[in-house]
Design a protein around this ligand. Sequence first.
Ligand code: AMP
Ligand code: MG
Length: 399
Amino acid sequence: MAGTRSTLRTVGPGRKPAALLLAGALSLILADALGAQGFRTRMRFQMGSLTEITVPDGQYSAQSVSRAFDVVDRLDRLLSTYKADSEVSRLAALGKLRVSPETMEIAEASLRLARLTGGAFNPMLGPVIALWRQAEELGRLPSPEALEAARTLADFERVELDRAAGTIAFPVRGMGLNFGAIGKGFAVDKAAASLQRDGIRMALVTSGTSSHRLIGRPRDGACWELGIRHPGDAERAVTVLRLGPGGLATSAQSGRPREIGGRIYGHIVDPRTGRPAEPRSPVWSASVPAPTATDADALATALIVMEAADGMALVESLPRVEALLVRRNPDGSPRLVWSSGLTQQGTLDGLPLIVPVTEIGCMDGGASSGPAAAAGEQPLRAQPETQTGRPPPPALNRW
Ligand code: AMP
Ligand code: MG
């Protein structure tokens, strides 16, 4: 079947970080970090991007890796807005649908994260995103009226989830889900859980070079090292995150640029305006280590929409969540802003190494490893003020 073929890549010790050569990559796996043992990477084109699964030779099983890819294929079939027969498309057309458990699960996670981010991450932007997609095809900007009409449909508080009946319903025709900002994270979490069910204790699952789920460590006590792309040079990392098990996602407006009428627009929408967030947001990229890639993915997108200070306040209020914002100085040089759980330690090939020192951090280790953790993690919630001593983050004005 087209789009399901996978390729095999072997990463040997001592190689230069091959992944750094991937143009457009947002976060990059450093092959050097994989250590002395050999790893195999297999790739399959899924969800409009490349899924990459890297497993050490000693634990590699073609069957297990294929099974993990199949999990992502199934999610692609359920959740894609590009497929007319996906559950998400049929739900948008019918207004109510009995959905699969996976669709219910990602919808629930999305609503939780929409509330957590004050609507900066909004899974109900379906009609708005469809307008921008159409604008790209036509080479013409959407009319302000059409944009406003689509924007008012993006009210995530009005979605009706009935877990017992397994249905999702919209009260108004034209409303629609879009999991573009969370689906890759959800998919790598589910693929990782599948690998873990098969007994694989060490692996890295990546989608679209931007959503990662790390299982175990590349070797005892070591960290996964992921380069974060330099804003001015697609082949350079601006810094390296060293992480233990958990999720990591990076978002940037440059991640999927679209050209409309000779101008480039970013793909991340500010739900307050229905327009690309770029002019309002001076954050070039946002990288979020979190217990799961699902949470990391939604939060990374939200951090592009939010003002940097508000986004950081949100991150600081969440347990085991960190963030690295790459901003650009007026002269184009990068400026890194990191949350309080990140510290700078040493260098790797001249790059600063940023080590999260929270529970998800490499040195202290221990988040979300093991099949049970991967299968049913605790949902991320803001800590009450009494625990953090910080005020809750300011909510966005959504409407
Ligand atoms: P990401 O690359 O994870 O930041 O996700 C971006 C994708 O999510 C876009 O291509 C849209 O499909 C969708 N999207 C854009 N803006 C938002 C937003 N503010 N909240 C939720 N999804 C969004
Ligand atoms: Mg995202």
